[in-house]
Design a protein around this ligand. Structure first.
Ligand SMILES: *[C@@H]1O[C@H](CO)[C@@H](O)[C@H](O)[C@H]1NC(C)=O
Ligand SMILES: *[C@@H]1O[C@H](CO)[C@@H](O)[C@H](O)[C@H]1NC(C)=O
Ligand SMILES: *[C@@H]1O[C@H](CO)[C@@H](O)[C@H](O)[C@H]1NC(C)=O
Ligand SMILES: *[C@@H]1O[C@H](CO)[C@@H](O)[C@H](O)[C@H]1NC(C)=O
Ligand SMILES: *[C@@H]1O[C@H](CO)[C@@H](O)[C@H](O)[C@H]1NC(C)=O
Ligand SMILES: *[C@@H]1O[C@H](CO)[C@@H](O)[C@H](O)[C@H]1NC(C)=O
Ligand SMILES: *[C@@H]1O[C@H](CO)[C@@H](O)[C@H](O)[C@H]1NC(C)=O
Ligand SMILES: *[C@@H]1O[C@H](CO)[C@@H](O)[C@H](O)[C@H]1NC(C)=O
Ligand SMILES: *[C@@H]1O[C@H](CO)[C@@H](O)[C@H](O)[C@H]1NC(C)=O
Ligand SMILES: *[C@@H]1O[C@H](CO)[C@@H](O)[C@H](O)[C@H]1NC(C)=O
Length: 775
């Protein structure tokens, strides 16, 4: 009664515009607000999220977080609840969750042990709702149809309580029925412990319920909020100006950020977290350990339970969870590897500063929308900046968020500053030094003549070796051992590194989770189209690399394809290949376990910050990489075509041996097999040029930017010495390097039929390495 009087009083004295309170909490999901991902609190707390299957199905996890969890919960910590109907939005209370049904807009509340039983009391079961907010032990919902544009309505509240036999039950609320509130029309609502707050259509934020007086919200609040969330005894909202306004529980709000814009908020028991508007990174305040917050990825939506926060990553829509403090076990809330919806499906078009999520970007054949109806869209807030280590490579459009690219891929001046790379003048100086050195070399005509002579002699040698090479029996492995001691011919690789061919060990998911610290980002070695790659230490101390398929990959390939790929992969064994050790296919996850490559990629040694490689190592690496490719091309019928030969896919193991990684699992479909093989040869030629010159395959700081366009004419003019990398000491005898240049020149011949085979190249390189290098 009082509140309504206060409101109408305000309407008279304040211009109506000022009373407008915008509440767009589409991806906000804390205790008490609604979103695509939500957490229930308490000892039987769990998380649920709307999946990205296009059916708006619900996936839940985290039931085993406490030993007191009911025994009827499955032994696994996550499950896709087939008996929860499709949902439009979710909101979590203590030990229960509620949602709005996707087809009828009716409310539905459930607990983890009996998700198929709807807890909504009878009087409210058939009503449609546009908004729902579960508090500690009550739910308030706004009447209306979820999928009609701008549906505002009156509010209904009901209580959820524990029965004598410790199951939950519900009834129409008397505690929350307030005549003044019952007559107001609301736009949005959040709920906490014993209170709810709603945004009134005509303006103002109003709180009610037995504990609402503790919040210290005196009358309606005249502000527009971009995000709103409620904790147990507090409410926070982010105003348009990025100002955080909170009411209630004072310790929670100590040291809260001021001036940062957030697009979404989530409240835990003793902390709040928000998604930053600019880079979509998560920041928290209150009691939490900031080192546990994922740094590498931005998020589309987050939800917090007592001590855990989970979010939908913006890069891949994969769920990631982290604890508020280091005392909680990292495996408390292991999320399933499901692709989840980045936001709520809404009718109408997206507003300014928002983009409509494009489901085609997930590469799933049948998936054109993540929503149950084609007229619905998921509108999310555009990012405007990237996290550290990434640069903004394209801005937000109507259908796509801004794109952040890793600084390791920074190619030109547009990203130098942000990535802290070499500035253009320095690069020009480097180029100029190159030129000056060239002038010095070719200034000496005697040396020039010598070089020409060497090349003249080399070509016939190469052709004779070619014949020899093709006759040569395939030998499984010429590794470091053989190079150092030629008489020690052991065709069998050490068993500790490479297990028997064709046998891939089956790993348990739990084993790999432990080995990767629960797939935490500090274990990430990199990310590719397949998913993330993690460094892992198995229980026996062995270091391995674990490739974890992302949800898009999983949706894209069925398990039969995966098994066929595994069959091929497990037959591939060679000491110049990153060999598959095993796999795991459990609970919808696909994981591949590979040998760990201690020294990273060839790319990082040639072009990145990692130690420069000396010439004898470079020659050896070239030869070993060629051996690896030769193996793929020669050992299999049909041959395995790599299709992506580049320095980033040549890794270096603990012994500095080169290993080929990341070959396409697609075997060639005879159509143009020779062409496919020749394309691997061409790309290997480019790798040789990079090894020789230290230049990237394509670098806009040089003219011409392509290493092939630059080097090939010089090689053809017998001026190959000009392309040799001057940043490491030249060997006394450059002949082996000139031979390398010639081999590269043959491999990048325009006409694919004129290119040598990988076997030719491997045996030529083997000769160069055996002849040795005088330093
Ligand atoms: C809505 O979905 C639920 C659960 O899938 C189903 O039981 C119900 O019949 C559907 N209602 C309508 C009107 O389609
Ligand atoms: C618990 O009690 C409710 C009624 O309060 C009843 O419907 C339910 O079946 C009971 N559950 C068990 C496991 O006894
Ligand atoms: C109000 O808050 C107190 C704790 O401050 C809590 O014990 C009580 O259960 C709350 N009331 C309701 C109705 O939730
Ligand atoms: C709230 O937003 C409306 C427009 O949506 C604007 O007219 C009004 O001035 C804003 N109020 C405040 C307090 O910023
Ligand atoms: C945030 O900072 C602005 C000035 O930068 C100040 O006016 C405002 O009072 C601050 N808000 C809070 C909640 O500290
Ligand atoms: C935060 O967590 C990290 C990682 O678990 C831990 O090393 C650090 O000691 C924790 N900091 C605090 C203040 O608890
Ligand atoms: C850390 O989390 C655990 C639950 O995982 C909780 O019991 C404990 O109180 C928390 N500690 C702090 C300092 O918040
Ligand atoms: C969605 O993405 C696909 C593939 O990335 C693209 O072809 C299509 O044009 C996009 N749709 C819109 C509406 O931008
Ligand atoms: C963008 O983020 C980077 C680092 O993450 C920061 O240095 C830079 O100042 C930010 N730019 C803007 C415009 O906020
Ligand atoms: C930098 O390179 C990107 C592609 O990598 C290109 O889109 C962009 O236009 C380039 N910018 C400049 C200033 O050359």
């Amino acid at each position: 009664m009082q509140t309504q009087q206060a409101l109408s009083g305000l309407s008279r004295s304040v211009p109506p515009l000022l009373l407008l309170l915008l509440l767009c909490s589409t991806s906000a999901s804390g205790f008490g607000s609604m979103g695509p991902i939500s957490a229930s609190f308490g000892k039987n707390g769990f998380f649920c999220a709307i999946d990205a299957s296009g059916k708006q199905g619900v996936v839940c996890w985290g039931f085993n977080s406490s030993p007191s969890t009911s025994s009827s919960a499955s032994s696994s910590s996550s499950a896709s609840f087939s008996n929860i109907p499709a949902m439009a939005a979710l909101s979590g209370g203590e030990n229960f969750l509620c949602g709005i049904l996707a087809n009828t807009s009716q409310a539905y509340c459930w607990i983890s042990v009996s998700p198929g039983i709807d807890l909504v009391p009878l009087p409210f079961k058939s009503t449609g709702y546009s908004h729902i907010a579960a508090g500690k032990s009550h739910v308030c919902a706004i009447r209306g149809s979820y999928y009609s544009d701008h549906e505002y309505g009156t509010v209904d509240c009901w209580e959820i309580f524990e029965t004598s036999n410790r199951s939950l039950s519900s009834k129409q609320s008397t505690l929350f029925s307030d005549q003044a509130i019952a007559n107001l029309v609301f736009k949005g609502v959040v709920s906490g412990e014993g209170f709810s707050c709603g945004a009134v259509r005509d303006g103002g934020l109003i709180c009610w319920g037995p504990n609402s007086s503790n919040l210290g919200v005196s009358g309606p609040v005249l502000q527009n909020f971009t995000a709103l969330a409620s904790g147990r005894a507090s409410v926070c909202g982010i105003s348009d100006f990025g100002e955080l306004n909170c009411w209630g529980d004072a310790d929670l709000l100590d040291g809260h950020p001021n001036g940062t814009q957030y697009v979404s908020l989530a409240a835990g028991d003793h902390h709040y977290c928000g998604i930053r508007q600019d880079n979509h990174r998560v920041e928290c305040w209150g009691m939490f350990n900031s080192s546990l917050i994922p740094k590498a990825s931005g998020f589309m939506a987050i939800a917090s339970s007592d001590y855990t926060t989970c979010g939908i990553r913006e890069d891949d829509l994969v769920i990631d969870c982290w604890a508020a403090n280091a005392t909680s076990s990292p495996t408390d809330y292991d999320p399933p590897l499901e692709l989840c919806s980045p936001g709520l499906c809404t009718p109408g078009s997206c507003g300014q500063g928002e983009f409509a999520f494009n489901a085609s970007t997930l590469n799933e054949v049948d998936l054109t929308s993540l929503c149950v109806r084609k007229d619905l869209t998921i509108c999310s807030s555009c990012g405007s900046n990237c996290s550290e280590g990434f640069f903004l490579s394209s801005s937000c459009t109507q259908h796509a968020d801004r794109v952040c690219t890793a600084c390791s891929l920074c190619q030109n001046s547009s990203c130098w500053d942000i990535c802290g790379l070499q500035t253009p003048p320095e690069m020009r100086k480097k180029l100029w030094n190159h030129v000056r050195r060239l002038v010095i070399i070719f200034g000496s005509s005697a040396l020039g003549f010598l070089l020409i002579l060497i090349c003249w002699c080399l070509l016939p040698r190469l052709t004779s070796q070619k014949k020899e090479g093709s006759k040569k029996q395939f030998k499984s492995c010429i590794g470091k051992a053989e190079l150092e001691a030629d008489n020690n011919e052991d065709p069998n690789p050490p068993p500790s590194v490479i297990p028997c061919p064709g046998i891939a060990q089956v790993f348990r998911l739990s084993e790999l989770k432990d080995a990767t610290n629960g797939f935490k980002e500090f274990n990430e070695l990199g990310r590719g189209s397949f998913g993330f790659v993690y460094k892992a230490v198995l229980a026996d101390g062995q270091q391995v690399a674990v490739k974890r398929a992302n949800a898009a990959t999983i949706i894209h390939t069925n398990s039969r394809d995966f098994e066929m790929e595994l069959e091929v992969l497990s037959k591939i064994r060679h000491c110049n290949i990153v060999n598959l050790l095993g796999y795991c296919s459990e609970m919808g996850e696909r994981l591949l376990v590979y040998e760990y490559m201690a020294h990273g990629t060839l790319y990082d040694h040639l072009h990145g910050g990692l130690s420069a490689l000396n010439w004898s190592l470079r020659l050896k690496i070239a030869m070993q990489a060629a051996k690896g490719l030769e193996y793929l091309h020669k050992e299999f019928v049909p041959p395995i075509v790599h299709r992506n030969v580049k320095t980033l896919n040549i890794l270096l193991d603990a012994e500095w041996s080169a290993r080929i990684a990341d070959f396409g699992l697609l075997t060639s479909n005879d159509r143009d097999l020779n062409g496919d093989l020749a394309s691997d040869v061409y790309n290997f030629g480019v790798v040789l040029l990079e090894i020789l010159s230290g230049r990237k395959a394509y670098d806009r700081d040089y003219t011409p930017p392509s290493v092939v366009e630059w080097a090939l004419p010089l090689i053809k003019q017998n001026k190959a010495a000009a392309i040799i990398d001057r940043y490491i000491a030249l060997p006394r005898n450059v002949e082996p390097l000139l031979k390398l240049a010639d081999i590269a020149g043959l491999a990048i011949k325009e006409n694919p039929t004129e290119r040598p085979t990988m076997s030719d190249i491997a045996s030529w390189l083997e000769h160069i390495v055996k002849d040795g290098l005088t330093l």
